[in-house]
Design a protein around this ligand. Structure first.
Ligand SMILES: Cc1cc2nc3c(=O)[nH]c(=O)nc-3n(C[C@H](O)[C@H](O)[C@H](O)COP(=O)(O)OP(=O)(O)OC[C@H]3O[C@@H](n4cnc5c(N)ncnc54)[C@H](O)[C@@H]3O)c2cc1C
Length: 419
């Protein structure tokens, strides 16, 4: 396996359960990939994946529960408030927002009859809440601008069901599930040769030969040529890689300076109503009663911040909060101790998760198509048809690739081979 994120861990566990001998090569000095729980604020703070979405169909939920991980239903305490510019939205306005959201989704679903269009083409415009809703569904949720998202894929990957928060973080969950797997850290794979009957991975660690390989790096890493394939990956695979460019979602953790909790309850959501073309950050306050505020910037705003640097993101977060709280925001939060993610510049991710370009349906399938009769497979969040962009999708894709590789190797149940 190349990569010890959700897909690589799932692939390794599945392959082992099918009797294959496995080795996971991971470029970083840690496992978890885009699930990373930071502790520098004194409590767990996920810099990447945060929620176990679609809990009812999420394979990580029963695994985490069986491992004794505590999961909390975030939806049971959702309490969002919306800044209208100068004041909070009233209860009546929040009801209106809810109705507008239902109408927005209905309009978008109706537009599905026009294949190949973008989410922006389908999204209603001009209504009081439309720009806010389109910004939420595009940059905030899908980490990409609505104009850059294929409508059919957006609808196919809409998440249903509850959203659970692991109390100790998603990075912790993957750490628990990876226990006992043979992972070599700080082993960046630079070249994969797959011309012969086996597969050979090379890097500063030396060379490793196996009968099959599952490569779980992001489409950002693949598009950037982070691994040289010999022979080159098929044109159809590379086309799929380019049709699934990485979006970006950036997170910031802002610790409280004192007792002031900005009148927000634990888990309180904070957003503002937007005009067409406006971009903004959103916030979740004091998760589990912990003393930090989480901020999110997505899509083009996040890419701009990645280009401008960490200070720009901190400035942005404070300028958003000052709109509401004025100088009180500066007194309530410790700017110097902010914790930030940097997935856009991280060479082992180069983004947060992939969004399908409009009109490029079929790319996720093409990306996960077995190569060399199943001896070389790509897996990861971008490969999953319905749970793309999530830990669950990455997990299921990795496990599926392992089963396909085992089948390609003609593994008799309980036999032994290497992948
Ligand atoms: C800010 C943010 C918020 C998110 N929020 C959520 C959420 O709330 N819920 C959710 O379900 N999902 C969320 N996601 C998405 C989720 O994190 C990803 O879908 C998932 O972690 C991807 O797993 P993966 O195994 O496909 O890829 P990765 O986790 O990227 O794993 C690939 C691994 O390959 C390694 N690698 C890269 N190049 C090489 C190389 N050359 N050699 C060896 N190893 C290499 C990487 O270091 C990495 O460990 C979020 C992501 C981000 C960034």
């Amino acid at each position: 396996m190349v990569g010890a994120g959700a897909a690589g861990i799932a692939a390794a566990r599945e392959a082992r359960s099918l009797g294959l001998r496995v080795r996971v090569l991971e470029a970083r000095g840690r496992i978890g990939g885009r699930a990373l729980t930071d502790h520098s604020l004194g409590t767990p703070f996920d810099l990447g994946a945060t929620w176990l979405h679609a809990a009812q169909s999420n394979p990580l939920v029963p695994l985490a529960e069986a491992a004794g991980v505590e999961l909390f239903d975030h939806d049971s305490v959702r309490d969002s408030r919306v800044w209208m510019g100068g004041r909070w939205a009233s209860e009546a306005e929040m009801r209106d927002y809810g109705a507008a959201e239902r109408a927005w989704h209905q309009a978008v679903r109706l537009a599905a009859a026009r294949p190949g269009i973008s989410l922006a083409d389908a999204a209603p415009r001009g209504g009081f809440w439309d720009a806010t809703l389109t910004h939420w569904e595009g940059p905030v949720i899908a980490a990409a601008e609505a104009r850059d998202i294929d409508l059919g894929d957006y609808l196919a990957t809409l998440l249903n069901g509850s959203n659970l928060l692991p109390r100790d973080g998603c990075g912790h969950v993957l750490g628990v599930l990876a226990q006992g797997l043979p992972v070599t850290l700080e082993a960046p794979v630079e070249r994969i040769s797959w011309a012969g009957r086996g597969v050979r991975a090379e890097g500063p660690f030396g060379a490793l030969e196996a009968r099959a390989a599952i490569v779980t790096v992001s489409t950002g890493v693949l598009a950037g040529g982070g691994i040289r394939f010999d022979p080159a990956l098929p044109d159809s695979t590379m086309a799929a890689v380019h049709d699934l460019p990485m979006g970006l979602l950036t997170k910031i953790g802002l610790p409280a300076a004192g007792e002031d909790r900005l009148d927000l309850p634990p888990f309180g959501g904070l957003e503002r109503r937007l005009e067409e073309g406006e971009r903004a950050m959103t916030f979740v306050a004091w998760p589990f009663g912990r003393d930090h505020l989480q901020g999110f910037a997505g899509g083009s705003l996040a890419w701009d911040m990645a280009r401008e640097g960490d200070e720009a993101l901190v400035d942005l977060a404070f300028s958003e909060l000052r709109r509401i709280y004025g100088a009180r925001a500066d007194r309530a939060l410790r700017r110097a101790d902010a914790v930030l993610s940097d997935w856009g510049r991280d060479p082992w991710a180069l983004g947060a998760y992939a969004a399908l370009r409009p009109g490029r349906g079929g790319a996720r399938e093409a990306l996960s198509a077995p190569m060399a009769g199943g001896r070389l497979m790509l897996a990861g969040e971008a490969c999953h048809p319905n749970l793309a962009g999530t830990l669950a999708g990455a997990w299921l894709s990795g496990a599926q690739a392992a089963r396909q590789a085992a089948g390609a190797l003609g593994m008799p149940a309980g036999g032994s081979s290497s992948a």
